[in-house]
Design a protein around this ligand. Structure first.
Ligand code: NAI
Ligand code: MG
Length: 516
């Protein structure tokens, strides 16, 4: 993400305003204001009264506990969202331009509280404050503004159909949408889902990840403050197999937008078939190839490939972990990647401005990563650096680089979701295309070369929803993002996202042949 020029510009802008604000947050002084469920514009306890603990991944310490939604709470939230989206409701009768104004105001309120929200995101997720403030929050704000602009530009067609009818299409809201989001970019993924949901005039029940519920609950308060009508936005904290499942199976939810593992994506799709055939879009896992030809700008490739794996400590669905390097450049490239992993990654307190490498989200993820690293060693890959947990507190993982990786190894086929890079070598173009495409996933792919013909050829041949040439992690609100194959279907962001949150209604009205 940082690799994109656009975001680095935003990054610099927010860095300087943040410095001017001179608000010094640390893990001990970030207040938590909202720990209840947000339903029908009110913060409420769960029906069961149950609460669950939220942990700071950098220390393993308890931050707070939060109300735990289950099926009953989902039912109440869906009923509120249903009432709010019915024909004649304030939300449905509101001018589309006014809907856009509410979204702009929401973005403004988030920007006003950016220092605080970024600090809260860092507390909850562990990511360095520089990333929360410089990458995640700007993307949240920009996404809301991008879709706010769409509200009054979503339009149908008039159709010159056979017969004597006036035929036109309306792009209507789908209705009540369930959003199920992950913990790697907690507010980022929340924004990617909720922005097109609202722009298209839907209402929603958002189930945020159990590891990271805090920032979404806070911005729900801001949504009320800026004037969203009751029932339009509902935010629930809760677990997947309970609250998440209740959304996936709900008979009165028309659509689910999901981001998370491929395994759970399949359950959500199955739940749709077994309940009401709700529309489903899935943004799932990846194992993205990053292909380095020997005619590339080596330092450009090294810098982008480093961020392609280590940004957000590898907890990115589009991480470019399968790196294929042309054999003539292989040794030099491996050497530079190892140096960079050892020198550029600064592990530490996420509130320290020097830190660029925080903890993994929890012990479950850390253990999954350590297990896959162990399998890499067992299966004969060459561990160049890292490979172990770092420190005693929190869930830090050393930046890790494997060379001499072979395609059959688990580290080459499975999503690791940690700071673990796999490098292997290739000889020619046809070979690398075949190997790169030989994956159950197809989320992203990257190519580094100065040869224009080769660049176009590769960008056509590779099977991935997002292709990057001489760069990595270009993620901006204007561009669609999503996967081929088992990386899911549907697109977040961009104009493409709108089609998933509207239904096309075709209207035919008889027109008299002559004036009567
Ligand atoms: P997950 O897929 O279980 O969690 C994502 C969301 O789905 C969370 O909100 C969770 O509560 C919900 N969920 C879980 N089970 C559900 C169910 N039965 N019905 C409905 N919702 C359910 O992912 P998890 O377990 O946190 O991570 C496992 C692996 O998934 C990671 O190691 C990584 O490989 C991948 N992952 C991919 C992400 C992406 O950005 N595409 C994000 C998070 C995880
Ligand atoms: Mg899970």
């Amino acid at each position: 993400m940082i690799a994109s020029k656009l975001l680095s510009r935003t990054f610099l802008r927010y860095q300087s305003t943040a410095a001017a604000a001179a608000v010094a947050y640390n893990s001990k002084n970030v207040p938590v204001h909202q720990t209840k469920l947000f339903i029908n514009n009110e913060f409420v306890e769960s029906v069961s009264g149950k609460r669950f603990e939220v942990i700071n991944p950098a220390t393993g310490d308890l931050i707070c506990d939060v109300a735990e939604a289950d099926k009953e709470d989902v039912d109440i939230a869906v009923a509120a969202a249903r009432k709010a989206v019915e024909y004649g409701s304030p939300w449905r009768t509101m001018d589309a331009s006014q809907r856009g104004r509410l979204m702009y105001k929401w973005a403004d309120a988030i920007e006003r509280d950016l220092d605080y929200i970024a600090a809260l995101e860092t507390l909850d997720n562990g990511k360095p404050l520089n990333d929360s403030r410089g990458a995640d929050l700007p993307l949240v704000i920009n996404t809301l503004r991008y879709f706010a602009g769409w509200c009054d530009k979503i339009q149908g067609k008039t159709i010159p159909s056979d017969g004597s009818n006036f035929v036109y299409t309306r792009h209507e809201p789908v209705g009540v949408v369930g959003g199920i989001t992950p913990w790697n970019f907690p507010l980022g993924m929340f924004a990617w889902k909720i922005a097109p949901i609202l722009a298209c005039g839907n209402t929603c029940v958002m189930k945020v990840a159990e590891q990271t519920p805090l920032t979404a609950l806070y911005v729900a308060k801001l949504a009320k403050e800026v004037g969203f009508p009751e029932g339009v936005i509902n935010v629930l904290a809760g677990y997947g197999p309970t609250a998440g499942r209740a959304i996936a199976y709900h008979m009165d939810i028309e659509k689910v937008g999901f981001t998370g593992s491929t395994e759970v994506g399949k359950l959500v799709q199955e739940a749709s078939a077994k309940s009401n055939l709700k529309r489903v879009t899935l943004e799932l896992g990846g194992k993205s190839p990053n292909i380095i030809f020997d005619d590339c700008d080596l330092e450009q490739a090294v810098a982008a490939s480093h961020m392609g794996v280590f940004f957000n400590v590898g907890q990115c669905c589009c991480a470019g972990t399968r790196i294929y390097v042309q054999d003539t450049m292989y040794e030099k490239f491996v050497e530079r990647m190892v140096q960079k992993a050892q020198q550029d990654r600064i592990l530490g307190d996420p509130y320290d401005p020097r830190t660029n490498h925080g903890p993994q989200i929890d012990d479950v993820q850390l253990n999954k990563i350590l297990g896959l690293v162990e399998s890499g060693i067992q299966q004969g890959a060459s561990l160049q650096t890292g490979g172990a947990q770092h420190g005693e507190k929190g869930y830090y993982m050393q930046p890790t680089v494997f060379a001499e990786v072979q395609d059959h190894m688990d580290i080459s086929t499975q999503e690791i979701f940690g700071p673990v890079m796999q490098i292997s070598s290739f000889k020619d173009t046809d070979e690398v295309i075949e190997r790169a495409n030989n994956s159950q996933y197809g989320l992203a792919a990257a190519v580094f070369t100065k040869n224009v013909d080769r660049m176009y050829h590769m960008c056509t041949a590779l099977k991935a929803g997002n292709m990057w040439g001489n760069t990595y992690n270009v993620l901006v609100p204007q561009s669609p993002f999503g996967g081929f194959k088992q990386s899911g279907f549907g697109r977040d962001l961009g104009e493409y996202a709108l089609s998933h949150y509207t239904e096309v209604k075709c209207v035919s009205i008889a027109v008299p042949q002559k004036n009567s």
